[in-house]
Design a protein around this ligand. Structure first.
Ligand SMILES: Cc1ncc(COP(=O)(O)O)c(C=O)c1O
Length: 516
């Protein structure tokens, strides 16, 4: 075969090869710039350390409208030239108004304060910049990740054939789990037409309190819009096993195929843990894939006192763990584990330029063969250094402490006549609302919404919000062992003040209007 010829451009070659200015070259981390590297990183650490030491509230309540002009004003085409000046600027556009999860009155989402060994890992991993797709970009990093996957699988009890891979977060772990489940449901031998016919009939059962990444995953996986069936929960917001059984039977009668049941070990709002052993029994009997989303509850894997709450998880086909929620790791740090390592083949593709199939025969460990990502951070290093410095028991003790603190907080709220609390969490959330008495009762939704916003605007505390049975509620998520019962009490008082004032102003206004 002859290759086609194309006309060759005849412009004159440059007289000398282009050379980047010395200042640009000096910014590359290499043998010649280690002094500058040390200095720049130390300066950055120093800024953050000063902020961490000084902040007296979790946020400043800055609004997007206030901050956006400062960010917009930065001319990205005119560099400042040195790290110190850039850090000064960063104070204005980021550090001063950042939301600080280490502050004891940050009580909103599933963000944890981070442990120092993990920060050390973060600094090392980004400087070395290994990429975990192939051995030739990672070497020891691949082995460290593999050890941590084995360690986690052992903690879960998944057995000798288990495997897994680090991911960017719980959403990605759930997506990959459901991809594997879908591929198992669509046997590989299925003809394209039969597969196309089956896809819209696939269903995923999960609790009404499950995470929305299950719905997103279903969409990404090309399932039908009604593929995810929200199974009712009991009073403790745990999935009802009988309802799961009934739903599987109903689906089958209707010609639908349940490709997975997703149990949640730590629902985002209620910290409830589905009855995992019962789910495992149901799934085994029905031949359905069981995925356990333990993004939040995975901290129990190292808990010295509460590991039993996860009993049954060892029978799952796949498990999501988010070390960046309950292992005190910085974002990102998550993993997907599977009981049978062969399942990971559904995420395997071979490319001549990266991971040719012959490498499998050569037993070259290329993690990309198991991952949805290609270039991938060495997030595992953070957990590695954490375990090497602190050990699992210390991490588990920290998580235990926040679970204990949440129980104290629940007691405080449930004994306080100003509030109504939903259910007692098995982990570390408290869902509650300010409940006005008398004619102001109709204002409960608006008053709670207002209290959350007013609190955030003051920066004095940050709490989350959610809806329960159609009503607006507030939520504490405790992940900081430094949060005291006094902190919780103080925040409750602030909420009651904001909400009470709202009710007072609006009930009076309503009354004035109706009288007028
Ligand atoms: C139960 C549960 N699963 C999955 C996720 C998603 O995790 P990520 O935010 O790391 O993607 C969350 C996040 O809060 C969660 O609470």
């Amino acid at each position: 075969m002859t290759l086609p010829t194309y006309p060759v451009e005849t412009t004159a070659p440059p007289t000398a090869p282009a050379t980047a200015p010395a200042a640009a070259r000096a910014q590359l981390l290499n043998q010649g710039s280690v002094a500058q590297y040390r200095q720049a990183i130390a300066a950055g650490v120093d800024r953050v350390a000063r902020r961490v030491a000084d902040v007296d509230r979790p946020g400043t309540g800055v609004t997007p409208a206030e901050l956006a002009p400062l960010v917009d004003r930065v001319d990205l085409d005119r560099p400042l030239g040195d790290a110190g000046a850039a850090l000064d600027e960063l104070e204005d556009v980021y550090l001063r108004d950042a939301v600080w999860f280490h502050h004891p009155r940050y009580l909103a989402h599933l963000n944890c304060p981070v442990v120092i060994p993990a920060l050390l890992g973060e600094a090392v991993l980004s400087a070395v910049n290994s990429s975990l797709d192939t051995w030739d970009q990672s070497a020891g990093a691949t082995l460290i990740e593999r050890r941590l996957i084995d360690w986690t699988a052992q903690r879960i009890g998944l057995g000798p054939d288990a495997d897994g891979v680090f991911t960017s977060g719980g959403s990605q772990s759930n997506l990959q789990a459901l991809l594997l489940a879908r591929e198992e449901a669509c046997a590989e031998t299925l003809a394209p037409a039969a597969r196309a016919e089956l896809l819209p009939r696939l269903r995923v059962l999960t609790s009404a309190a499950g995470h929305f990444s299950v719905q997103k995953s279903a969409k990404l996986l090309g399932l039908s819009p009604d593929a995810v069936i929200a199974v009712p929960t009991d009073a403790g917001r745990r999935i009802r096993p009988a309802a799961v059984r009934e739903e599987i039977a109903r689906c089958r009668q209707a010609g639908l195929v349940v490709m997975a049941v997703v149990g949640t070990a730590g629902t985002t709002d209620f910290g409830s843990i589905d009855p995992l052993a019962e789910l495992a029994g149901i799934c085994a009997a029905a031949g359905v894939w069981l995925h356990v989303d333990a993004a939040y509850g995975c901290g129990l894997l190292v808990s010295p006192t509460r590991r039993h709450l996860l009993d049954g998880i060892e029978r799952a086909d796949s498990v999501t763990v988010d070390y960046h929620k309950s292992f005190f790791q910085p974002v990102s740090s998550s993993a997907l584990l599977v009981r049978d390592r062969r399942m990971l083949r559904h995420a395997t593709y071979h490319a001549d330029y990266l991971n040719p199939a012959r490498m499998v025969e050569q037993r070259i460990p290329n993690q990309v063969d198991k991952s949805l990502q290609t270039t991938r951070r060495f997030d595992a290093l953070k957990l590695w250094l954490t375990l090497r410095v602190m050990g699992p028991d210390a991490l588990g003790a920290l998580f235990d402490e926040v679970v204990d603190r949440a129980a104290d907080a629940w007691r405080l709220v449930s004994e306080d006549p100003r509030f109504e609390v939903v259910t007692r969490s098995q982990l570390s959330t408290v869902v509650f609302r300010y409940l006005p008495t008398g004619p102001g009762r109709d204002l409960a939704d608006a008053a709670n919404l207002h209290a959350r916003e007013a609190l955030a605007a003051s920066g004095l505390a940050v709490v989350a919000g959610t809806r329960v049975d159609g009503r607006h509620f507030l939520k504490f998520t405790l992940l900081n062992p430094a949060t005291t019962v006094d902190d919780v009490g103080h925040v409750l008082d602030l909420i009651a003040t904001h909400a009470g004032r709202y009710v007072h102003d609006h009930a009076t206004a309503d009354l004035t209007c109706s009288v007028g």
